[in-house]
Ligand binder design. Structure first.
Ligand SMILES: NC(=O)c1ccc[n+]([C@@H]2O[C@H](COP(=O)([O-])OP(=O)(O)OC[C@H]3O[C@@H](n4cnc5c(N)ncnc54)[C@H](O)[C@@H]3O)[C@@H](O)[C@H]2O)c1
Length: 257
């Protein structure tokens, strides 16, 4: 029960890894704001948490709109009285092309992968400072550590999130605000399928992509969202009280190759 007396928010928490992290933290006593564009799915996660005896609220927000960042932090603090942790998990695969890049898609992915992360962090920091500390967590990717030929712009932005995390760790360490980043490999969520669905660039079927991806992972399987949720809960918990600026691959050994 590492999160008793703690409260915070998770973005993109209605599905996949964010959902798994919300469930795990709530199961350990934390109060969680489930932030997602999909209001019904966010409410469903809250219902699951509540049924299991936990405490959560759903906040429906399209994080592409930078103005919502302050609102989601304010709603979390208004409801729970504090903000001890914030996991900026939302991301976007971005355009696959370099030449002939879809500029609108690039802008959408930049707004989500970078701008929304900055805006949410800006809103969270004063609350954590007022509370005497806090824990920030970001989601990069194995494509934030090595190149992804499927989306160079995704690699650009996810490498950026790693740098952002390290810089924040230094900038706010003296205020007891920690910043860490998880780098998932191939995790079995809807986003994994979306990332591979680039018929203009890659003629393979989704099944072929899944099979070749799995074959390239040393542990020979995709990761499960709960495996990332567990790592996120650790980094956000007091068990990680002296860990800041850490960059954690969760990928079955993929980037160790
Ligand atoms: N799944 C993978 O294989 C993988 C690998 C590496 C990194 N990642 C990263 O993990 C994160 C995605 O996690 P997932 O795979 O658990 O996702 P997912 O596909 O399971 O869920 C994504 C959630 O984001 C929500 N969402 C989408 N756009 C939104 C917006 N504009 N505002 C608010 N909510 C929005 C969706 O409604 C959905 O609930 C991203 O940062 C991604 O880059 C994923």
């Amino acid at each position: 029960m590492r999160f008793v007396g703690k409260a915070g928010l998770i973005t993109a928490a209605a599905s996949g890894m964010g959902r798994a992290g919300a469930m795990r933290i709530a199961a350990e006593g934390g109060k969680v704001a489930v932030v997602d564009r999909d209001a019904a799915a966010a409410e469903a996660v809250v219902a699951e948490i509540t049924k299991a005896g936990g405490t959560a609220i759903a906040i429906a927000a399209d994080l592409r709109d930078l103005d919502v960042a302050a609102g989601i932090v304010a709603q979390t603090v208004d409801t729970f009285g504090q903000l001890d942790f914030a996991w900026n998990h939302l991301g976007h695969p971005g355009p696959s092309k370099v030449e002939g890049m879809d500029e609108d898609l690039f802008q959408l992915s930049f707004d989500i992968n970078v701008r929304s992360v900055i805006a949410t962090t800006q809103a969270a920091l004063p609350e954590m400072r007022n509370a005497g500390g806090g824990a920030l967590l970001y989601t990069s990717s194995s494509a934030g550590l090595i190149g992804s030929r499927y989306s160079p712009s995704y690699s650009l932005m996810k490498h950026g999130i790693v740098g952002w995390t390290k810089a924040l760790a230094l900038k706010y360490a003296a205020e007891n605000i920690r910043a860490n980043v998880v780098c998932p490999g191939s995790i079995d969520t809807p986003m994994f399928t979306a990332f591979g669905a680039r018929p203009d660039q890659d003629p393979r079927t989704p099944e072929e992509i899944r099979a070749t991806t799995t074959a390239g992972i040393p542990m020979r399987r995709l990761g499960q969202p709960e495996e990332v949720g567990a790592a996120a809960a650790f980094l956000l918990s007091g068990d990680a009280s002296f860990i800041t600026g850490a960059v954690l691959p969760i990928d079955g050994g993929f980037v160790a190759q």
